[in-house]
Design a protein around this ligand. Sequence first.
Ligand SMILES: Nc1ncnc2c1ncn2[C@@H]1O[C@H](COP(=O)(O)OP(=O)(O)OP(=O)(O)O)[C@@H](O)[C@H]1O
Length: 574
Amino acid sequence: MTTLATRPTGGAFDRRLLHRARGAAPYIGVCAALGLAQAACVIAGAWLIAGLIAGAFAGGEDLAALTPRLVALAAVLGARALLASVQEAAAHRAAAGIKAGLRRQALEHLMRTPSDGRSSGATAALLVRGLDALDDYFARYLPQLVLAALVPVAVVAVMLAAYPPAALIVLVTLPLIPLFGVLIGLYTRARAERQWDATAHLAHHFADLVAGLPTLKAFGRAAKQSGAIGATTGDYRRRSMSLLRVAFCSALVLELAASLSVAVVAVTVGVQLVDGGLAGAAGLQTALLVLILAPEAYLPLRNVGAHYHASAEGLAAAERVFAILAEPAERRGEPEPEPVATGAPAQQGSAATALTSVPAMRTTLDRAPTIMFRRTVFAYPGRGPLPERSLTIPAGRTTVLTAPSGAGKSTLMAALVGFRTPASGSIAFDDTDLSDLDLATVRRSIAWLPQRPVLVDGTVAENVSLAVPGPASDPAVARAIAAAHAPAANRRVAANGAGLSAGEAARVGLARLLLRADLLDPPVLLLDEPTAHLDTDTERAVLDALAPYRDGRTVLIASHRPAVRAIADREVDC
Ligand SMILES: Nc1ncnc2c1ncn2[C@@H]1O[C@H](COP(=O)(O)OP(=O)(O)OP(=O)(O)O)[C@@H](O)[C@H]1O
């Protein structure tokens, strides 16, 4: 068992779960109904046990007289066990549905949120392991919370009717349990927050380490990193053990408070029995009823305290998911239309030949736009803003950005597809501000080759097909691959492009751009260092393949290569 965090700032029950997680509200209803039935079983069971003992020992009743009550007691105990298992089943069912719902909402939201600064390792840990902790919350904590609200009230009411002094003692001592619980909770909160941070740090660190292992090995730093991971996990273990110690101590304190309170009730009732205040079979039955019921009044409250630590991890994770859901999403637009793969044969000839001259689908911008950056400034966290830029990318022409490394060329391109937002200034397509345009429409109108194309596990053909939202025909993919001089369609690619050279990966990226241009006919092409890793002959061939696609489109290329600069209609040293 690990305890990650106890930071349920939403209190014992986070109302956002009701709104965000379908299934939470009905489950609470089920919990309340089962809790009422369980409270009734507790009281009926205590009444029957007290009656049986008093009848057998003080009333002198024989087995025949006691049998109906014995059967009733068995039925009550059976009903209590059945209610507990129904509760367990309902809890797991509800938790599974609620976790799935929260994961789906979070993933959908993440897809529409700029990813700046988010650690993929920590996000994965949150959505998988973090949300799994909600099991304890729904299966253990919440049912006890409902019982804690119902059972003590019912028990005190029955005790009040049976023997008011005992009810008074319970009433006075009962608040001690939540009071101690709150004090312990306050004490552990800061520790628990640090614990979650340690978990997130560990997940982040580990993901980074795995990604960078080859480089670390090359620099002889792998062993040192194992030491760093050892130190982080050691720190995590120490924090976990310290939190567990607090959890065990808190259980002990709550147990002690409850036991002392029950002892006071027992002594009071015992004195009355000896003094004759509770005389005869009826007196013994009342005394036993009070003695059996008294611990039941404290039990749910103690259980709430005991399950608080385990369940708080789930609540803290849910809270972080709510924080993700509260982040402003990108402007929503229509989903990309699926391309209709033409399968039209490529015009034969050189690699410079167009894949197909007939676009299968029109995009929303019918003509190539003029793109303007007007006094645009970009800022990244932790560093000063990039210099202000004002530049115009003329419509239907090829512009090459030749600014020095680090000047912000990739940033400008990422901004055109909505992955970066200027801190000040504006971007316009023709005369319309980008912020007034539907982002999905803008993205549909652009084919973008990023500096480091993301490649996924699969074949080259599967990677190229990712360029369009729907299925692309095999001939169209094959033509794009051939024109870009990318590796064979059936060549395997591992995650992150492992198995391909940097130049081959760049050409798979270019094949994507050509496929998209072929099938979606976007009026804007953005290419970030398209030939950075290529030899001069391959570079020449790739630029020739691109030539037919530049015609009539607004093309922006970031590059310092002379061959690329040679094809430019305009060069900008922004
Ligand atoms: N995610 C980021 N967080 C912080 N700083 C960043 C981030 N991305 C880019 N930068 C910084 O912004 C500046 C511009 O980066 P950008 O990649 O746009 O430059 P570039 O002109 O494309 O460089 P290059 O020619 O080397 O590819 C750089 O100084 C870079 O360090």
